[in-house]
Ligand binder design. Structure first.
Ligand code: GLN
Length: 309
């Protein structure tokens, strides 16, 4: 196994000349303001060491990566009955697509596309006011990362609240099938805030570490989920974590991952490490362009893959 620090230093160096070529998400006005010429990576191993390179300590909007933490919360609250309201199949469609919902009676394909995540958020909201649910999500992510400084960027949440027509359409459509149990503005209020969680690569890699270590955070000793549940969340990240780019990501990187339109990607190398990369420029399916390239290099160099030793 190569020395992790040497590998990520060399990857970061290779990324530098390519910074700024891909475009940032501009459908959320606050995200359109982010400087695309940034790249960071953090690797936290299951023995608790963290390695960083580039802009690993710059905060960014985790956006859809929050869908992994929300699914973990919802499974903890309601167990397997989550799957009565959301499926487990790759969508083959864009992250914000509405087309399958009509054919499939308002049941979204999986918890990692927007429609699915909105339903999962609705589950987490049960028994709470939106403000309390947002507090619960924030506390959970701080607990996972063992970092009380993590916060929500309210400007980003507000920005999406005022322009998120597509998400309102998805939520209203699912409500018409009875698959949301709260007022649309309550559920989306929580959804926009979870997407606006502001984290850096180090915090994100640490928050995902339980998934690389059979459900237990090896640094804090907290048992977050059972080993079986960790395996299952990883399976969904592998098959659905990159929308209609999930097959391509599995082919090139070979590890479970979840991306967000803020340009972050969280990746799990089971038994080895949790990795967070961030570079705001996106490829055509809305995943970090350089982040995907960097993760392919890392997986190759380290020999990390779920498809063979
Ligand atoms: N908040 C974003 C949205 O709902 C999340 C999408 C993403 O990161 N792919 O559009």
């Amino acid at each position: 196994m190569r020395d992790i620090q040497t590998v990520i230093n060399s990857i970061t160096e290779k990324m530098l000349p390519r910074l700024g070529a891909a475009k940032v998400a501009d459908y959320i006005p606050e995200l359109a303001k982010v400087d695309p010429k940034q790249f960071g990576i953090a690797v936290t191993t299951v023995d608790g060491q963290t390695f960083v390179a580039g802009d690993a300590k710059v905060q960014f909007s985790i956006q859809s990566i929050s869908k992994v933490f929300m699914l973990t919360l919802a499974l903890g609250k309601t167990g397997e009955s989550v799957w009565k309201r959301v499926g487990r199949e790759p969508s083959g469609s864009a992250f914000n697509s509405i087309v399958q919902l009509e054919r499939e009676m308002g049941i979204p394909r999986n918890p990692f596309v927007n429609a699915g995540a909105i339903v999962v958020t609705d589950m987490v909201l049960a028994g709470h006011q939106p403000r309390e649910a947002i507090g619960e999500v924030l506390r959970f992510v701080r607990y996972l990362a063992d970092d009380e400084t993590i916060s929500i960027d309210n400007r980003v949440a507000k920005s999406e609240q005022t322009t998120g027509y597509r998400n309102f359409a998805l939520a209203n459509f699912m409500s018409s099938f009875g698959n949301l149990h709260h007022p649309v503005d309550h559920t989306l209020g929580v959804y926009f805030h979870q997407c606006a969680l502001s984290m850096n690569c180090v915090q994100l890699a640490r928050a995902g570490l339980f998934l690389a270590n059979r459900g237990r955070n090896p640094v804090t000793g907290h048992s977050v989920v059972s080993e079986k549940r960790a395996r299952r969340i990883n399976a969904l990240m592998l098959t659905c974590g990159h929308y209609d780019g999930s097959g391509d990501f599995a082919y090139h990187v070979g590890l479970p991952g979840k991306s967000g339109v803020g340009g972050g990607i969280l990746v799990v190398a089971p038994g080895k490490a949790s990795v967070a990369v961030w570079s705001p420029g996106l490829n055509e399916v809305g995943n970090s362009a350089l982040g995907s390239v960097a993760l392919e290099m890392l997986a190759n160099e380290m020999g990390w893959s779920v498809f063979g030793a």
